[in-house]
Design a protein around this ligand. Structure first.
Ligand SMILES: Nc1ncnc2c1ncn2[C@@H]1O[C@H](COP(=O)(O)OP(=O)(O)O)[C@@H](O)[C@H]1O
Ligand SMILES: [Mg+2]
Length: 343
């Protein structure tokens, strides 16, 4: 536990138990939510306030295993005070963190205010345009607040960011006894279809999944900031006062900001009230509005980030069967080829 527990550079204390966070023993009820990682979640009510606990342990959570999260990135951000540095338009909801002893090593526990009432509802309903533009504005403000920062605390490295969802994931997960259908069934089936359905992009995508050095080097030449890494509807909400709720800090790292908006257009496809192009431009406008000059690097970083995002989700884009899915895959394939021209 020594490498995981407190260090002198910590700004925030990680308690030795959940009871220490609340000042008394608490008992949670399992929360049924639509998380994808496998992490165990609970709800507890203390003094009539509702809280959500998220338990982080690689044995339960294929995403932590797939991305090599041995140090519990959400806790890392919290301990080092990086969550405190977010602009006030972002609510991460975290109010404390704790360890919980387990025979197979300590679980990290994230203690959050229950913000369920203000989350974007599940389903395929479009996000209202005003809310979508606010989300993008707040994304840009967060990126601007960390513009040019360096990772001194051990977050997800850029060299790892685009490669963990590749075809090898299924074998690695099965070898570890993992049974979650996403890594063990959908990912390998999707990559096979990607090869058939997007053969021109498949060459460059599979080659970069084997060795992402050219992509990482090209992106490294463009501006970097802190990205959250999973800006999708299930992790987002809006408070009545307009602040954005941003949950699920499993994939943060210093990275090109366009990687964040590229992920947003990729995973929220069915929910976007604007086209992907207009969404990308709305984000660019927001950066400019908040003082970033994008002229010298925008096109290159944007195309390279779209290519990187296809390394992550080519399998998912190939799984659909209707005309809309085919058009979506064709869009990503064309962008990936333009991205490859930037290498
Ligand atoms: N603080 C919170 N308040 C209310 N609901 C939450 C909170 N944190 C998480 N949830 C719910 O649990 C779901 C899964 O949590 P999340 O941290 O996103 O885990 P996963 O990594 O499994 O996606 C979220 O999509 C949301 O519906
Ligand atoms: Mg989530």
């Amino acid at each position: 536990m020594s490498t995981l527990s407190g260090a002198s550079s910590d700004v925030r204390h990680v308690a030795t138990s959940v009871a220490e966070v609340f000042g008394r023993e608490v008992r949670g009820e399992p929360l049924s939510a639509d998380g994808k990682s496998g992490a165990h979640m609970e709800r507890v009510v203390v003094d009539r306030q509702s809280y959500v606990l998220k338990y982080l342990h690689p044995a339960d959570d294929w995403l932590m295993r797939a991305t090599g999260d041995d140090h519990y990135r959400p806790l890392t951000l919290w301990r080092h005070g990086w969550m405190d540095r977010l602009p006030d338009c972002i609510d991460h909801a975290v109010v404390g963190a704790a360890w919980r002893e387990r025979p197979d090593g300590p679980a990290g526990v994230l203690v959050m205010r229950d913000v369920g009432a203000s989350l974007i509802p599940d389903g395929d309903v479009r996000i209202p345009l005003g809310q979508h533009l606010d989300l993008i504005d707040h994304m840009a403000r967060m990126h601007v607040a960390f513009w040019g920062c360096r990772d001194t605390i051990g977050l997800l490295e850029l060299s790892e960011r685009f490669v963990w969802f590749g075809p090898q994931l299924a074998e690695r997960e099965r070898a570890r006894g993992g049974t979650d259908p996403v890594p063990t069934r959908f990912v390998p089936a999707g990559w096979e279809r990607f090869l058939e359905r997007a053969p021109r992009a498949a060459d460059v995508v599979f080659s970069l999944l084997d060795d992402p050095t050219p992509l990482v080097a090209a992106l490294d030449d463009t501006p970097q900031t802190l990205i959250h890494g999973d800006w999708k509807a299930a992790n987002l909400g809006s408070h009545p006062d307009g602040r954005t709720i941003l949950l699920d800090w499993d994939l943060p790292g210093v990275a090109p900001p366009c990687a964040e908006i590229a992920w947003y257009v990729c995973l929220n496809r069915a929910r976007l009230p604007q086209s992907k192009e207009d969404t990308l431009l709305a984000y660019r406008d927001a950066l400019e509005r908040h003082g970033v000059d994008t002229r010298s690097w925008w096109e290159r970083q944007c195309l390279l980030s779209l290519l990187g995002t296809l390394l992550l989700f080519g399998w998912e884009k190939a799984l659909g069967d209707d005309a809309e899915a085919a058009a979506e895959l064709a869009w990503w394939e064309a962008k990936a080829l333009e991205g490859a021209d930037q290498l």
